[in-house]
Design a protein around this ligand. Structure first.
Ligand SMILES: Cc1cc2nc3c(=O)[nH]c(=O)nc-3n(C[C@H](O)[C@H](O)[C@H](O)COP(=O)(O)O)c2cc1C
Length: 381
């Protein structure tokens, strides 16, 4: 772990504070915000805080290892980087930084359909740690082409997000003009001027684009055209028939993200999914939603022996990852934390965030005297 970064940021909260000082307000609020009154966002935190772990101090164990096997592949830790759309708005090249760090740490990296890095660029950076998150394009030819590009770069894990049947209503984004079409006004410019590192990086690398979708966009004159294109071309809702079609189209691991009920977990299984990510999208879609950590045990009981159950929403530390693992998740994803890291320190931040989470999680295992992530469920209080 780089000592100079550890001196500056000893935990994820430190990364968040530093990121706030380097990212313009409109982009920082796009990252941190939840929908409506942000009740689900807060609820994720409160529900995690109520999960306790019980150490077995007098047991004899030989240290701990974070190695984790899922989908017949060994990763070096039981956590990965969640898909983040419009990543380049928060920090230019963030997705490439994340992808490279994931590869060197051997953890899963999920690229969003709406990332500012293309599938092809991400594959170069992430190698075989790349997973791809799909918002299925309505145009069937484009959908088939996108999926074939994912396959062509050797990606084996397709993550289909089901929890965006409607755009999340996030008051901060509405106030900041991050709407479709976007309204970038004097305020955003003023906020950018006082964040020179972000502004210089943006000038160097250009405004964020939806890089994987670029080949399908013709005659786009401005950001409004691009935003309208994305809104109309990705308007289809992922329902069961669509999921079944995708199952037929995709020969490798199919993962359904955004499951927050036992009923949807069972339908995902019925559609032939290999895994699910229990998630409420980090509190960005439905403000009357249960916390992922609260629903997780019921879902694990219902389908955990038939498919891989993973989770996200609310990770802010290694102990949070341990809480999710103890409730039966096999892999835990984090979104915002990784973006705080890149906002705080650009590329080295991505690796630093992985180091922080890895070391914090390892400390929890050693403290509990639990040898492996899989055994954490035996330490539920
Ligand atoms: C800025 C931002 C952009 C996101 N974009 C996507 C996306 O394009 N696709 C997707 O499936 N989820 C997206 N998510 C949700 C994340 O993948 C993940 O579910 C969520 O961030 C987990 O909560 P956490 O941030 O508390 O870790 C996004 C989340 C954030 C914060």
């Amino acid at each position: 772990m780089a000592q100079n970064l550890l001196d500056k940021a000893a935990c994820i909260t430190d990364l968040k504070i530093r990121a706030r000082a380097r990212i313009p307000k409109f982009a920082f609020e796009y990252l941190t915000g939840g929908c409506n009154q942000e009740i689900t966002l807060r609820h994720n935190r409160q529900a995690l805080d109520k999960v306790y772990l019980e150490p077995k101090y007098l047991s004899t164990s030989q240290g701990a290892s974070l190695n984790t096997q899922i989908f017949e592949r060994e990763y070096s830790a039981p956590f990965g980087i969640a898909p983040l759309g419009l990543s380049g708005l928060i920090w230019p090249k963030a997705s490439e930084f994340h992808a490279r760090a994931a590869r060197s740490a051997n953890i899963p990296y999920v690229l969003s359909t709406l990332s500012s890095t293309s599938i092809e660029q991400a594959a170069e950076c992430a190698g075989d740690t790349l997973w791809f998150q799909l918002y299925p394009p309505s145009d069937l030819d484009i959908r088939a082409d996108l999926i074939s590009r994912v396959q062509a770069v050797g990606c084996q894990h397709l993550v289909v997000t089901i929890d965006v049947p409607a755009a999340g209503r996030r008051p901060k984004d509405i106030r900041n003009g991050l709407t479709v079409p976007p309204k970038i006004g004097a305020n955003s410019i003023a906020q950018s001027i006082i964040r020179p590192s972000w502004s210089l990086a943006t000038m160097r690398h250009g405004l964020p684009e939806f890089a994987s979708m670029m080949p399908y966009m013709k005659n786009m004159k401005n950001m409004q055209d691009v935003a309208n294109y994305i809104r109309t071309s990705l308007k289809d809702v992922v329902d069961l028939p669509m999921l079944q079609q995708l199952r037929e189209q995709w020969p490798h691991k199919l993962i359904v993200k955004g499951v927050i009920s036992v009923a949807d977990a069972q339908l995902a299984l019925q559609a032939g999914a290999d895994g699910i990510i229990v998630s409420n999208h980090g509190g960005r879609q439905l403000d009357a939603c249960r916390a992922s950590i609260s629903v997780l045990p019921e879902i694990v009981d219902a389908v955990g022996d038939k498919m891989v159950v993973m989770v996200d929403s609310g990770v802010e530390s290694g102990p949070d990852i341990a809480r999710f693992l103890a409730q039966g998740a096999q892999m835990v994803f984090s979104g915002r934390a990784f973006m705080y890291a890149v906002g705080a320190f650009s590329e080295p931040g991505a690796e630093h965030c992985i180091d922080l989470l890895r070391n914090e999680l390892l400390q929890v295992l050693e403290q509990l005297r639990c040898p492996t992530p899989r055994q954490l469920s035996e330490y539920r209080a």
